[in-house]
Design a protein around this ligand. Structure first.
Ligand SMILES: Cc1cc2nc3c(=O)[nH]c(=O)nc-3n(C[C@H](O)[C@H](O)[C@H](O)COP(=O)(O)O)c2cc1C
Ligand code: SF4
Length: 469
């Protein structure tokens, strides 16, 4: 065998101390039993950044620190927070700050942890951000099902009001802001910022067209509005205390700071991990004992979702890519919402694909036809393949329907729809069909999965009544 054909030995991170580490910025209180309480927060340095911002800094200086940090938003698109704040038109008031705590994509749970385990840190970040952008009011929008997060945030808000950290003349300064807690009714689509704004206004949560409804110019009540993710704003107190440059010095120059990833699926220790951004690789995250401690039963990775269910899937050859936004974008996917799902070599790829498509089909708000009809058809075709009733033309049909939702089936996705939810359903199809076409063909020819994979029970297909579509 020539050297060119010898596969390189993958790096070994299975022993402790072999992966880069960094300071914890926003998960320091995760293992403190009272970290979510007012006393626990103040005892561990809480609200010092707010005092510093309001008494020693102008709003412009706070904004400048966030700009210097080059922190990319953690809600999905990765847009730099400081740049976004700068999009507010000068001299248009009132303006609002909206905090997106809807987090409902399969595999995501980092924001829930932040709201449950450190609600005061988020509130401190919210009040500082409201000061920086001169918001008249802030709205905390939490996913409907997150009862504990709502309860703890409500208590934290009451305590913060009681200690003059929110409300009129905060800490004796001229700055005043109210923070309102509200929650959704369990729809994934209200995580999309314009749908969230509709929901806040009391309307049905459906996305608005961009343009003209870019929140920074026409947001809540058609006033200038900043929408930021929970993790994004939770980082703000650290940036104010330590400086934007200190944040920038962590991680990679193209993906600054530390970042939380939520890993689930076939790993030994799923969880949320705050890691050096842009440096840590997927393999480090999966294998290191500090993080996931390896794939279950010593098996190998067949595929993984690198950044939420709407992302294109990655495979073995992507394991050594760093969790760096431009690198992952260039490789044809995204880090998105920071949710990584690992599938080992026993995974039935057709069933996995159906699982994700089924989610998007169910969560489509129905406003535009390619998404409403297209995702439903993708789901139905996959279901009949899984039921053993697949037709020879079904694989091409899946790609054809996908093409009508997202022309070119490329990355970044193009869309015939109002928002990116429709094209999100195309990612699992494109990933699974292109890489594991033989698994689809096997189902269609033999009415069952390829040997060696495990198919989970699927309602209406396995152990239920067969459906014919
Ligand atoms: C279908 C869909 C769902 C989304 N869900 C969320 C969510 O649950 N949480 C979130 O922060 N951003 C979500 N986003 C992104 C938001 O529209 C918005 O970009 C984000 O809240 C901005 O915050 P950031 O700049 O701090 O990242 C979603 C986007 C889409 C298209
Ligand atoms: S793409 Fe889907 S979820 Fe988004 S607006 Fe259209 S129908 Fe609604």
């Amino acid at each position: 065998m020539s050297d060119a054909t010898v596969p390189p030995t993958p790096p070994d991170y299975t022993q402790p101390g072999r992966v880069p580490t960094g300071p914890k910025l926003i998960t320091t209180r995760f293992d403190q039993p009272d970290g979510y309480t007012y006393d626990g927060y103040v005892r561990t340095g809480g609200y010092t950044a707010l005092r510093k911002a309001l008494t020693e800094m102008t709003p412009e200086q706070v904004h400048q620190e966030v700009k210097t940090s080059e922190m990319q938003g953690r809600g999905g698109a990765g847009f730099p927070a400081g740049t976004k704040w700068g999009f507010l038109p000068p001299d248009v008031f009132p303006r609002y700050l909206v905090i997106n705590g809807d987090e409902s994509e399969p595999g995501t749970y980092k924001d829930r942890k932040l709201m449950e385990l450190d609600p005061h840190q988020l509130i401190e970040g919210v009040v500082i951000a409201a000061y920086a952008v001169r918001a008249a009011q802030a709205f905390l929008y939490v996913r409907g099902e997150m009862a504990l997060a709502q309860e703890r945030l409500a208590q934290a808000l009451n305590d913060a009001y009681a200690h003059n950290l929110i409300g009129r003349n905060i800490l004796g300064t001229d700055f005043s802001v109210d923070v309102v807690l509200t929650w959704g009714a369990g729809a994934y689509i209200v995580g999309e910022e314009t749908a969230l704004i509709e929901s806040l206004e009391g309307e049905r949560g459906m996305p608005r067209l961009k343009p003209p409804y870019f929140p920074a110019s026409k947001g809540l009540y058609l006033q200038p509005t900043i929408v930021n993710n929970v993790e994004t704003l939770s980082n703000v107190p650290w940036i104010v205390n330590q400086s934007g440059q200190a944040f920038h010095d962590l991680g990679a120059p193209t993906s600054t700071g530390m970042r939380i990833f939520a890993v689930s699926g076939h790993v030994n220790h799923p969880g949320v991990f705050e890691v050096p951004n842009g440096i840590t690789t997927f393999r480090m995250l999966f294998d290191a004992p500090e993080y996931c401690g390896g794939v279950r039963d010593g098996r190998s990775v067949k595929a993984f979702i690198p950044g939420g269910a709407s992302a294109m899937w990655f495979f073995d050859e992507h394991l050594d890519l760093p969790l760096d936004k431009p690198t992952i974008d260039k490789a044809g996917s995204m880090l998105g919402s920071g949710a990584i799902v690992v599938m080992d070599d026993t995974t039935d790829m057709v069933a996995a694909c159906w699982n994700v498509v089924n989610f998007f089909s169910r969560e489509s708000c129905g406003k535009c036809t390619p998404c409403r009809e297209g995702t439903t058809w993708l789901q139905r075709i996959l279901k009949r393949i899984l039921a053993g009733d697949g037709r020879p033309e079904d694989i091409d049909l899946l790609m054809d329907v996908s093409e009508s939702i997202s022309p070119g089936i490329a990355w970044p996705p193009r869309q015939t729809t109002i928002c990116p939810l429709g094209p999100s359903a195309v990612s699992p199809i494109a990933s699974a069909v292109r890489r594991f076409r033989h698994e689809f063909e096997h189902y269609i020819q033999h009415g069952r999965a390829v040997d060696g994979v495990v198919t989970p029970p699927i309602h209406g297909v396995h152990g239920g009544a067969r459906i014919h579509v």
